[in-house]
Design a protein around this ligand. Structure first.
Ligand code: ADP
Length: 386
């Protein structure tokens, strides 16, 4: 693999071509890696930066298999992929990293929780149910008591497939589910860990998410986070333990809750680049994307030190705007020092669609926050034709 890399002949396959795929391909191109991207959407973010775009469905065996056959090394930027095809490619000798077995475990929130329980790692107590009726029966019998959080075992993303069941008036989701105790959350943090085949592990410093009071969506992510040194240590230790116990090679984003008593609980993991690592592109010695490439190419991992404090804002489509995108306030934001705008190449906007992100640098998080407030009022994702 290294020989192919240093002779500019390495073909890297990336499943899929969303914004994380685009960012990964851009980093890969700095090492002259030849990038292949598989995505069903011809207008996907990575299409115009990848060397080769392959149209295909990542849930379809034949599409994933045929795609893998064209490359030297295969990785991914989302979880919802046909595992059988990845297994087949692996069996035929292709390097698929992170390993398909790890992906299969993580794809299923029930198996993921069982893994934490097996390794006696702190996470909210849980149970699995095959369908809605089983949950209703458990409520009637008193086995399950309100409030609780229901999560579909497979296919959830960005809060879809997650429901807070407060009382009998809440609507249960239908499908195989993992049900867990509601955590009295004080803070939500995330740590991204990387591991290479030699077993070297490095963690990026924890980031903290802050949520919109009304929307309850992640509004901004800041780093360094406002947690104690001890909490930071525990979070990094847990992230390291998880990636080691999974015997994983690649990047693992670990999301945690800190409850009102200060205890750290594992929420969930993702075996790929993550929204909570966007700031590493502009505010860390090594970006999460470069770290992933180092890990899967079995190179020494890069320094995860921060170069500066930062706040990351997601750029979401404004309410009431659907159609060709127009970024209002772009030039005005460029007048503010340390404002880094990243656009994902999506031509069409719609309400709440993730169109890009902005990383705002500062000497301190407080300083970056003040600038972020300006960016929030200036920069709007609208449509040219309402
Ligand atoms: P997703 O995979 O869609 O991001 P998460 O499991 O992270 O789903 O849940 C989304 C959000 O729901 C979390 O960020 C948190 O705010 C809330 N949440 C999830 N699980 C719990 C829980 N056990 N207790 C309280 N809130 C929770």
């Amino acid at each position: 693999m290294i020989e192919k890399l240093v002779t500019s002949n390495l073909k890297l396959g990336v499943i899929a071509g969303g914004q994380l795929g685009k960012m990964l391909v851009q980093e890969a191109s700095r090492w002259d890696i030849i990038s292949y991207v598989l995505d069903p959407d011809e207008g996907c973010s990575a299409r115009n930066v990848a060397n080769v775009y392959v149209k295909g469905d990542f849930r379809n065996f034949d599409d994933v298999y045929a795609f893998g056959k064209q490359v030297d090394l295969l990785t991914y930027e989302l979880e919802d992929i046909n595992i059988d095809a990845l297994q087949q490619l692996k069996a035929e000798g292709l390097k698929v990293l992170p390993d398909p077995d790890t992906l299969a475990l993580i794809q299923d929130k029930g198996l993921q929780k069982a893994f934490y329980a097996k390794h006696q790692m702190p996470t909210s107590p849980f149970k699995c149910y095959d369908n809605k009726t089983e949950i209703e029966i458990a409520i009637k019998s008193g086995e399950l008591t309100y409030p609780f959080v229901q999560k579909l075992r497979k296919g959830g993303y960005d809060g879809h497939g997650v429901a807070l069941i407060k009382d009998a008036n809440s609507t249960l989701l239908d499908g195989a589910s993992m049900v867990e105790n509601k955590v009295d959350i004080d803070k939500e943090i995330a740590v991204i860990a990387a591991r290479n085949a030699k077993g070297e592990v490095r963690c990026f410093p924890a980031v903290e998410m802050s949520f919109g009071e009304e929307t309850n969506l992640v509004e901004e992510i800041f780093c360094p986070s406002n947690i104690t040194l001890k909490q930071a240590e525990v979070a990094e230790l847990l992230a390291t333990e998880i990636i080691e116990n999974l015997d994983m090679v690649g990047l693992l984003a670990v999301e945690f809750f800190i409850d009102k008593t200060g205890q750290i609980l594992i929420n969930e993991v993702a075996p790929r680049p993550h929204n909570s690592g966007h700031h590493t592109i502009d505010a860390a010695v090594t970006s999460q994307l470069k770290q992933l490439l180092r890990a899967i190419l079995d190179l020494p991992l890069g320094s995860t030190a921060l170069t500066t404090a930062s706040v990351m804002l997601n750029l979401l489509g404004e309410e009431g705007h659907t159609g060709p995108v127009h970024y209002e306030g772009f030039a005005k934001c460029m007048a503010i020092d340390g404002v880094k705008i990243h656009l994902y190449g999506k031509k069409m906007t719609r309400p709440s669609r993730k169109m890009g992100h902005v990383t705002i640098l500062g000497n301190t998080v407080e300083e970056a926050r003040l600038k972020a407030e300006q960016v929030k009022t200036l920069l709007k994702v609208k449509s040219c034709q309402k």
